[in-house]
Design a protein around this ligand. Structure first.
Ligand SMILES: [Zn+2]
Length: 332
């Protein structure tokens, strides 16, 4: 009989402790050990911080490891569990999905105990870690093909009370953008599983591009602000400076109008930047065909007055791939 998912240590022991979450072996691979760090300072908020859900988004694991360095001293109450890498095979391969079964960990929650490796990881997290927290920060990033500001995101939640709490928590990061993202592909996402258990779940998305010291500092400052808001550490929250600006705004997207899809394949040349306010009909980019140098380029114009919350910044695009994600101020 194979052993089920388990922790190699007792999360309830007071103080600092660390060990592993063991994801059992299956037909496709051996057992995995996910490193788990626990800070138990008694009564107070219970927070789970996770990184490395997608293996090619490494800012989250780096920031999670930084927290492990200074949180033991800074934390004044409550409980914090940190898992810096949720999907070790994907991180090792630097791929979004798990290379063993090709699945996206953020689409298979709550997982399956006897499923493939990605499903077994989700099952272990859902059963052993999620119940230990009331709030979850899941640290992601956007990668090199998008220009996207450091932000916190949530999907719309039917429970209005949980929605309000989640937006408040997301805004507490004080990152340049808080986004209520009406996403087309939510079944199986980690946050939906957490919402179903009544938990506040904030997905932090570091902006596009490659990993850099400045972006990491902004990311860490955002998490620190949120820890202050929860009352887990003391200090004064500060809006990080991003592109000479010290401000944050809360936006929302609507489907499908705000997903600007490419009418053809080609190289996309952006003509605006993230967080630009653009008017209906404004040029936001040009699509250059690759098939023939004599074929005309296509102007990409904005269908409605919006704020550009993300824009493609590199890479060849296929028909219907997104060129930009648009948004407007959240109507509270
Ligand atoms: Zn991600």
């Amino acid at each position: 009989m194979s052993e089920g998912p388990h922790l190699t240590f007792d999360l309830d022991q007071p103080g600092i402790s660390q060990g592993h979450l063991v994801v059992p072996k299956g037909a496709d691979c051996e057992a995995l050990s996910l490193s788990v760090f626990s800070l138990n300072k008694g009564a107070g908020p219970r927070l789970l911080i996770t990184g490395g859900c997608h293996g090619n988004e490494l800012e989250g694991p780096i920031v999670a490891r930084r927290l492990v360095e200074w949180l033991p001293e800074a934390q004044t109450c409550g409980r914090i569990i940190i898992v810096s890498v949720l999907n070790p095979p994907a991180v090792q391969a630097f791929t979004r999905n798990t290379p063993i079964d090709g699945l996206n960990l953020n689409r298979v929650f709550p997982g399956r105990a006897n499923g493939s490796v990605t499903e077994r990881i989700a099952d272990a997290i859902s059963r052993l870690l999620l119940p230990m927290a009331d709030t979850v920060f899941d640290l992601h990033s956007f990668g090199p093909t998008w220009d996207f500001p450091p932000s916190t995101t949530t999907h719309p939640i039917a429970d209005q009370d949980l929605m309000a709490k989640t937006i408040k928590m997301a805004e507490a990061f004080k990152l340049p953008m808080t986004l209520v993202w009406d996403h087309p592909d939510t079944p199986g996402m980690f946050d939906i599983s957490a919402h179903n258990q009544g938990k506040v779940f904030v997905c932090a998305e570091l902006g596009g591009g490659t990993i850099g010291a400045e972006n990491l500092a902004i990311y860490e400052a955002g998490v620190r602000n949120a820890l202050i808001a929860l009352g887990l550490i003391e200090g004064k929250a500060e809006c990080p400076i991003f592109r000479q600006r010290k401000s944050s705004q809360t936006l929302q997207t609507r489907r499908p109008a705000d997903e600007l899809a490419s009418p053809a394949r080609g190289i996309f040349e952006p003509r605006c930047s993230m967080l630009d306010e653009v008017k209906q009909g404004d040029l936001i980019g040009i699509l250059h065909p690759m098939d023939s140098s004599s074929a005309a380029s296509t102007d990409i114009r904005l269908p409605s007055t919006s704020i550009v919350c993300g824009i493609r910044s590199g890479g060849y695009v296929e028909v219907n791939e997104w060129l930009a994600l648009l948004a407007r101020s959240l109507a509270h």
